[in-house]
Design a protein around this ligand. Structure first.
Ligand SMILES: Cc1cc2nc3c(=O)[nH]c(=O)nc-3n(C[C@H](O)[C@H](O)[C@H](O)COP(=O)(O)O)c2cc1C
Length: 202
């Protein structure tokens, strides 16, 4: 393993990993685009795959979209503590992020992201009943209007179910598996926005 590898330099490794996450959101490609979001459901954990929609490197914020009626939203409204788990299998890099989520529905944050959601993608928020509702048979829960080319005006009906999850990162843990020596590091974000890191036994 070369000494110039990013995982041999504490601060550089965090920047490197954060840049990879940012790139996945921007290019809409690669395994880092679909992390696992964990929430607390009463006394249990609850996990699901989500799509990473946006990243602010300056504010250490990650953006996800969901249906405001989904279970995860109810869970986050009770307990905003949450985690995101990323695995980049080509680079053998695991990224664990702990943070807090604020839910935005029908406000200026939701509004600004909604404008960029194409009409054809708005069906994700358009089921007649809440996600997770029991059906009599197989189905996607959508009304007939969504099966054809829906106009931007008609697609506006889904806005009321559209939620933006703003995930503020507080702690990041990195793990790189390598035959010549694994590397693990943890970083905590201070109130002033600085990151303090340390190496850990993998
Ligand atoms: C590849 C993939 C991407 C997904 N992306 C999202 C997403 O961006 N937002 C979302 O709410 N659900 C997404 N889902 C569905 C969730 O995994 C989950 O099934 C759904 O949101 C209901 O979760 P909940 O009942 O815990 O709220 C995705 C599923 C897969 C397989």
């Amino acid at each position: 393993m070369s000494n110039s590898s990013p995982w041999n330099h504490l601060e550089e490794w965090r920047h490197y990993s954060w840049r990879l996450v940012h790139k996945a959101a921007k290019t809409r490609k690669g395994p880092l685009r679909t992390p696992v979001l964990a929430t607390v459901d009463g006394g249990r954990s609850s996990v699901r795959t989500v799509i990473l929609r946006d990243v602010s490197l300056e504010r250490d914020v990650l953006i996800l979209f969901t249906d405001a009626r989904s279970s995860k939203v109810a869970q986050l409204e009770k307990n905003k503590k949450s985690s995101l788990l990323f695995y980049e299998y080509v680079k053998n890099l695991q990224i664990r992020v702990n943070g807090e989520v604020t839910v935005h529905v029908a406000d200026s944050v939701a509004d600004s992201y909604w404008k960029a959601v194409p009409a054809r993608s708005r069906f994700n928020y358009a089921a007649r009943l809440a996600p997770g509702t029991v059906l009599e048979g197989p189905g996607d829960g959508l009304s007939e209007a969504w099966r054809n080319d829906i106009s931007p005006e008609e697609s506006e009906a889904a806005y009321e179910n559209f939620a933006v999850l703003v995930f503020r990162a507080r702690r990041v843990e990195l793990l790189h598996l390598h035959p010549q020596g694994h590397r693990r590091a943890a970083y905590t974000r201070t109130e002033s926005g600085q990151w303090e890191g340390c190496w850990l036994v993998p």
